[in-house]
Design a protein around this ligand. Structure first.
Ligand SMILES: [Fe+2]
Length: 344
């Protein structure tokens, strides 16, 4: 335990170099962030936060599951003040594991729509992504698409691409289908979609889009920011992939498209709680919110405020208003249903 803590402090110190100019903060004013997000744009935001508040930001980056395990293992001795991760399913997991604490802040309550934060204040979303359908523009007409539920139709036999069900994004999508249609229908859906797949699930969301462009399948389930990442990639092959794809928002005539959030919560044993809350307020505040669509191709908390031309080109859309916390609570049912359906 002690050695783990020691090595963590070493990590914290080394990770903070380059984010903070010397002398901008007193040693007492700092905030330790465990984050699973890997964007340079986040580092730039932390630097802006330090500039605005004098609070030094120390970063530990690791995979979401590893961060959660670390927080649990460290217990009371954890140096973490804030946990940041993508997908409310993971934030709910952290909450149930007891590594977050409820916090109240009028600014957070005002900035974050109620469905994008934990009702007890254990986590708050700060960016939004939609789980959409991308389709081959030369083989699929948008009019052929409709709801997620329609991907179960035999007309999609051998044409659907999706990543593994071990991925939280698919688990949260299925959790939203459970919330809307019930567990029995969700199982029927997962089974039928598995039967319609062009290949067994493999690779990332970006790989599903590459497979559509390569003609392996015709429609893929992916998060919106990955479309932005391909379209703006330094690799011309990725940009070519993006040029062949259309973006479709499912369930517009009903509950709306499934969305999720990146978000953060204050660590249970935070020693810098006030600074932790200030950082969350900063990330959900107007200045930071304006940057996400341009830097990470994520939507701001208020989707309609999106200023990015690329994101606007995908069109305005209606988002499923279900509370993301509810989807986190459906997570274990979703995992079970995927296993029953044979969706690896
Ligand atoms: Fe992602």
């Amino acid at each position: 335990m002690f050695s783990l803590r020691q090595s963590l402090s070493a990590l914290l110190v080394s990770a903070s170099v380059g984010l903070v100019s010397p002398g901008t903060a007193s040693a007492a004013e700092e905030v330790n962030v465990y984050t699973h997000r890997h964007y340079e744009a986040d580092d730039a935001l932390y630097a802006k936060f330090t500039e605005a508040t004098g609070i030094k930001v120390n970063i530990v980056k690791a995979k979401a599951d590893a961060l959660l395990e670390r927080l649990k293992a460290e217990g009371e001795g954890s140096p973490a003040d804030v946990l940041i991760t993508a997908d409310a399913g993971r934030l709910e997991r952290a909450k149930s594991a007891g590594v977050l604490q409820p916090v109240e802040s009028a600014a957070l309550t005002a900035a974050v729509p109620a469905n994008l934060r934990d009702e007890e204040g254990c986590w708050y979303g700060f960016t939004v992504r939609a789980r959409v359908l991308v389709y081959a523009k030369d083989r699929v007409e948008p009019a052929e698409l409709g709801r997620y539920e329609d991907l179960a139709d035999p007309k999609w036999k051998g044409r659907v691409l999706a990543r593994s069900s071990s991925n939280i994004y698919n688990q949260s999508l299925l959790a939203s289908i459970i919330a809307a249609d019930g567990e029995k229908a969700a199982l029927g859906w997962a089974r039928a979609v598995r039967g319609n797949m062009a290949r067994a699930p493999e690779g990332s969301d970006r790989d599903q889009m590459r497979a559509v462009a390569a003609g392996i399948g015709d429609v893929a389930i992916v998060n919106t920011y990955y479309v932005g990442l391909l379209a703006n990639s330094s690799d011309p092959k990725d940009r070519e992939v993006a040029s062949k794809l259309g973006v479709f928002f499912p369930n517009q005539d009903g509950r709306g498209t499934h969305i999720n959030a990146s978000g953060g919560g204050v660590a249970k044993h935070s020693k810098n709680k006030a600074n932790a809350i200030k950082l969350l307020e900063f990330l959900t505040g107007e200045a930071a919110q304006a940057t996400f669509p341009e830097t990470t191709y994520e939507y701001p908390l208020h989707i309609a405020d999106t200023r990015s031309e690329l994101l606007k080109s995908w069109g305005p859309f209606k988002a499923d208003p279900v509370a993301l916390g509810k989807l986190g609570q459906n997570n274990s049912a979703a995992v079970k249903i995927f296993a029953l359906a044979g969706w690896k």
